[in-house]
Design a binder for this molecule. Structure first.
Ligand SMILES: NC(=O)c1ccc[n+]([C@@H]2O[C@H](COP(=O)([O-])OP(=O)(O)OC[C@H]3O[C@@H](n4cnc5c(N)ncnc54)[C@H](OP(=O)(O)O)[C@@H]3O)[C@@H](O)[C@H]2O)c1
Length: 258
């Protein structure tokens, strides 16, 4: 018997698709057959990714989204559904970080991180879920999926990024609350907690001496690449994972075991 992940007929909204993990998530979902909607602020980058996905035979759409702006969230989700159709899968991935000691955190730093990572992620999921819940009335057996991108930093404290850790811990708890409340509508809500993966969020750090030292302290002395999350993303978005709800899954090369 052969088994493969087939997302044909599914519509997936990926936030923060203009770089790093989000761009990879969109590509992988498209390769598995989903129609993807790419969302972020840097629309030109999204258009480039759309062209790449189309050249690989995929189906992609672009919507502008700023997750710190509630009106933008509502408009982007509405636009996504008009362009592509009813969203089956949300990959709630947009995120930012700042690096400093807690005593140096300014109210602006705090707002920047929480407005994007926590408030933004919450209202994107809420806006999508409202539509999924409305559809559940006519389609009680739907296989809707929300995958929140948290972090190992939401489970353990890492130096210099305390506020980021706090914001991602909130995403972990948010995931469980959503799973509890929305599971009955056929919406599975789970979180991926990646370890260190080289993207624009941390590129400069890993090029620095401090970053290189950090890598030497990791169990396998390496950071990951976005493709290292492919398997977990496909697991959490496919119909066959219908019994996984409220799970917080690390994909961190063993970082959080010590
Ligand atoms: N890389 C890692 O080691 C790692 C580990 C654990 C968790 N994560 C999480 O993974 C997610 C993706 O991060 P990444 O590593 O891929 O970093 P990245 O390359 O910097 O990507 C961040 C994405 O978030 C988007 N974004 C930021 N602010 C936004 C806003 N206000 N509205 C809409 N989109 C916004 C950016 O798009 P625009 O600037 O175009 O809007 C960009 O596409 C984040 O939630 C991050 O916390 C990353």
């Amino acid at each position: 018997m052969g088994v493969e992940v087939n997302l044909e007929g599914k519509i997936a909204l990926v936030t923060g698709a203009s770089s790093g993990l989000g761009a990879r998530f969109a590509r992988v979902l498209a390769l598995a057959g989903a129609r993807v909607v790419l969302a972020a602020r840097r629309v030109e980058r999204l258009k480039e990714l759309r062209a790449e996905i189309e050249s690989e035979g995929g189906d992609a759409h672009v919507v502008a989204l700023d997750v710190v702006d509630h009106d933008s969230i509502k408009a982007a989700v509405a636009h996504a559904e008009t362009e592509a159709g009813p969203i089956d899968i949300l990959v709630n991935n947009s995120g930012v970080s700042t690096t400093q000691r807690l005593v140096d955190v300014t109210p602006d730093d705090y707002e920047f991180v929480f407005r994007t990572n926590t408030r933004g992620a919450f209202f994107v999921a809420q806006e999508v879920a409202k539509r999924m819940i409305a559809r559940a009335k006519n389609k009680p057996d739907q296989h809707a999926r929300i995958v929140n991108i948290a972090s190992v930093a939401g489970l353990r404290v890492l130096p210099q990024i305390g506020v980021y850790c706090m914001s991602k811990a909130a995403v972990v708890q948010m995931t469980k609350a959503m799973a509890l409340e929305w599971g009955r509508y056929g919406i599975n809500v789970n979180a991926i907690c990646p370890g260190y993966i080289r993207t624009e969020i941390n590129d400069q750090h890993f090029d620095s001496e401090a970053g290189q030292k950090l890598v030497q302290m990791l169990p396998r002395r390496r950071v990951g690449e976005p493709a290292d999350l492919d398997g977990l993303l496909l697991l959490l978005t496919c119909d066959e994972s219908r019994f996984i709800n409220g799970a917080i899954i690390t994909a961190d090369d063993g970082h959080s075991v010590f």
